[in-house]
Ligand binder design. Structure first.
Ligand code: BV8
Ligand code: ZN
Length: 244
């Protein structure tokens, strides 16, 4: 459990910060009941994200990949943002120089009210045409397996960044700005394994930021950060962000 003194130090740093950036991963949604990728609750334990969230898997078996995403849509559609998501949306309103970077595709930050955010791995509620590139919001639950483009009739894919695919340039530019200007970076609920997000702590540290990690367990990032707070994001994040 996080010590009162460590919590106090992070709170002081946040109170003194002019610019704050937050990076989140699947752990922040775990408290809403959305399984994580690599946790013991075996996110999609039947499948490994690395095996299905790839362009090759979609090329080989688009039906299986769409069945997986449709199943995730059905699960995520029943979940709500938790107190950690809400506290972050609240901070955005009170801190003028704020940015949120999330690796999550579940859309729960947006649902909690966050607007100044980069969903760097995309969003499960957005689809993209494999032929004409049309991008559209699509809340179908379940979604038709092998959905087709309203504009040209071709196969749609999830507008999600798969393994082996580059992140969107705008997002990377946004992240670089947010990471190099912030006084404090909070890294919440990520195993720190997936790049380039796993490199973001170093980017912020090199630019002089104070970095605190909030996680149930130590991660590969723990050696890089200034303070690691161990506990549930839904408990620790509201404590830390209570009106700064
Ligand atoms: C790319 C969409 C250029 C799919 C996802 C070096 C540089 C660049 C790339 C690479 C590199 N090395 C390797 C690569 C390739 C690859 C990669 O990083 N592989 C890993 C496995 C080593 N990266 C890429 O392919 C990226 N593309 O860089 O393009 C390029 C291209 C080709 C070759 C080279 C370079 C694209 C990565 C994006 C992949 N897409 N998602 C989908 O979701 O359907 S990633 C997937 O993992 C999810 O988005 C997820 O968010 C993300 C990271 O996982 P976490 O969020 O951290 O979740 P996890 O379960 O792992 O951990 C949860 C944590 O929460 C745990 O620590 C747990 O303790 C904690 N926790 C649990 N409960 C709680 C909690 N904490 C607090 N409270 C709780 N209650
Ligand atoms: Zn199309």
């Amino acid at each position: 459990m996080a010590s009162a003194s460590d919590l106090g130090i992070v709170k002081e740093r946040l109170a003194a910060a002019r610019s704050i950036t937050i990076l989140t991963g699947a752990g922040i949604s775990a408290d809403s009941g959305v399984p994580t990728f690599r946790g013991t609750d075996g996110l999609w334990k039947n499948f490994r994200a690395e095996d299905l969230a790839t362009p090759e898997a979609f090329e080989r078996d688009p039906r299986l990949v769409w069945e997986w995403y449709s199943w995730r849509r059905e699960l995520i559609a029943t979940k709500q943002p938790n107190d950690a998501h809400k506290a972050i949306a609240e901070l955005e309103r009170s801190c003028p120089d704020f940015w949120l970077i999330t690796q999550n595709v579940d859309g729960l930050h947006r649902e909690a009210g966050s607007r100044k955010l980069s969903e760097i791995h995309g969003n499960i509620w957005t689809v993209r045409c494999t032929a004409c590139g049309m991008i559209a919001n699509n809340r179908d639950v379940p979604i038709a397996i092998l959905p087709s483009c309203a504009r040209c009739g071709s196969l749609l894919r999830p507008h999600i960044v798969w393994f082996g695919e580059s992140l969107f340039t705008d997002d990377l530019d946004c992240c670089s700005r947010a990471l190099t200007r912030c006084d404090v970076l909070l890294v919440i609920g990520t195993s720190g394994i997936v790049y380039p997000a796993a490199g973001f702590t170093s980017v912020a540290k090199e630019a002089g930021a104070f970095v605190a990690e909030i996680n149930l367990d130590p991660t590969p990032q723990s050696v890089l950060v200034d303070i690691s707070l161990h506990g549930h994001a839904k408990d620790l994040v509201p404590l830390l962000l209570k009106p700064i």
